[in-house]
Design a protein around this ligand. Structure first.
Ligand SMILES: Cc1ncc(COP(=O)(O)O)c(C=O)c1O
Length: 397
């Protein structure tokens, strides 16, 4: 139940990768046959990725993953702006971005003298459009707003936001982190009207160590890695051929199965949300009910700590997460996303996220709900949590 953190690699993906780890191990920059096989593998993968996001093959640039794509997009863009247009020294991001965006803009702000402004979100985690409009000025050079949030699954209206931004100032470069959107909802970069888009392989049943950055044709992003000039001089370093090939295959599978997976998971999501809401008192669904990816379920439970719940579920072979998933912090910090949505301290610390994968079954969800009920009652008893039933005015322990 933690597929937003990472996913198992598909069997078909592994089969596609294997030859590139055994016989076809050549360096894609080599002129001989082995090199050509590897180059061909990367080219074919580039085509598959481009199909899933609706862009031209030459606009896909492979990276090591989502974090690198985000770093390259923002830092490369800031460097480009400094080189070409010194007056645009404002960057706008939403308050609920992933750390790979927040940390990067903080670094750019300090090191390259950019002002960073944050768009607040409402109680569902949707960007405040009025505030967004107000923040855009003639000095805005770069905007980065995520397509889907990793904690609450809220889908931002990126098409509308990019239209607003471009109508106010044509020169603005618009980036979106689509790492949690890929393979969950249809994506078309042209339709979204954006210039840069980050994606990652291990979130869509591909291997770790591969990701990509869509760069709109004509945008001369500055590199952050230098060397052999791979990836159209944007990302030097010998390509991780087998992971790139696996990523391509995962995109191909996602392209053919997206609709079927989306409908099936949506069904399980609806079922689970309904059961938890009805069967666990003092629970609250976090995030938007409508503008939400089908695989995300985020709940706050009163009278418990999300981490205690996570540990108990882990003892029962059920994996899920609290707060932000993919940071290496040993000590979890309270979710900046839930805080930005205005949740109370209690609601933030009592939250958990279930993120479904196409392999999850309804039976697994039934087991999870049963365990959730048992453990939450036990934790509430231990915490001596008393609550008044709002419906019938009874005090329950
Ligand atoms: C929204 C979002 N952005 C970026 C990342 C980082 O991606 P990666 O793990 O591929 O570096 C994640 C990882 O969970 C994410 O959810």
């Amino acid at each position: 139940m933690d597929n937003a953190a990472s996913t198992p690699i598909d069997k078909e993906v592994i089969d596609e990768m294997l030859p590139y780890m055994t016989c076809n191990y050549g360096n894609p920059s080599s002129l001989h046959k082995l090199g050509r096989y590897s180059r061909q593998g990367i080219l074919s993968s580039r085509l598959k990725v481009s199909k899933l996001i609706g862009c031209n093959i030459s606009e896909v640039h492979f990276t090591s993953g989502g974090t690198e794509s985000n770093n390259l997009a923002l830092t490369g863009c800031a460097k480009l702006i400094k080189k070409t247009n010194h007056s645009c020294n404002q960057i706008i991001v939403s308050e609920i971005e992933h750390d790979s965006i927040l940390e990067t803009v903080s670094n750019i702000g300090k090191e390259m003298k950019f002002n960073v402004d944050f768009v607040p979100v409402d109680k569902d985690g949707l960007a405040n459009e009025e505030r967004f409009k107000e923040l855009i000025s003639s000095e805005t050079g770069l905007i980065s707003i995520m397509l889907v949030n990793n904690e609450i699954g809220t889908i931002q209206p990126i098409k509308k936001l990019s239209e607003i931004a471009k109508s106010k100032n044509k020169k603005i470069i618009f980036h979106t982190d689509a790492i949690q959107a890929l393979g969950k909802i249809p994506i078309n970069v042209k339709d979204l009207g954006i210039d840069l888009l980050s994606i990652s392989s291990h979130k869509i049943n591909g291997p770790k160590g591969a990701g990509a950055l869509y760069v709109k044709r004509g945008l001369n992003l500055e590199p952050i890695l230098f060397g052999g000039g791979q990836e159209n001089r944007l990302r030097s370093g010998t390509e991780n051929v087998q992971s790139i090939v696996g990523f391509g295959k995962a995109c191909e599978v996602a392209t053919t199965k997206l609709e079927a997976n989306e409908n099936r998971i949506k069904e399980i999501q609806r079922y689970t949300i309904k059961r938890i809401t009805n069967e666990i008192p003092y629970s609250k669904l976090n995030g938007s009910k409508k503008q939400r990816v089908p695989n995300n379920i985020n709940f706050s439970f009163q009278g418990i700590n999300g981490e205690d719940l996570l540990i108990k579920l882990d003892e029962n072979e059920i994996a899920l997460s609290t707060g932000s998933a993919c940071s290496s912090n040993k000590k979890q910090k309270a979710s900046h996303v839930l805080k930005a949505m205005g949740l109370s301290h209690q609601e933030v610390t009592g939250s958990i996220r279930l993120s479904l994968g196409y392999q999850n079954t309804r039976e697994e969800l039934d087991t999870t709900i049963t365990k959730l009920k048992e453990i939450i009652s036990e934790l509430r008893r231990l915490n001596e949590f008393e609550f008044e039933s709002k419906q019938n005015n009874k005090t329950t322990k």
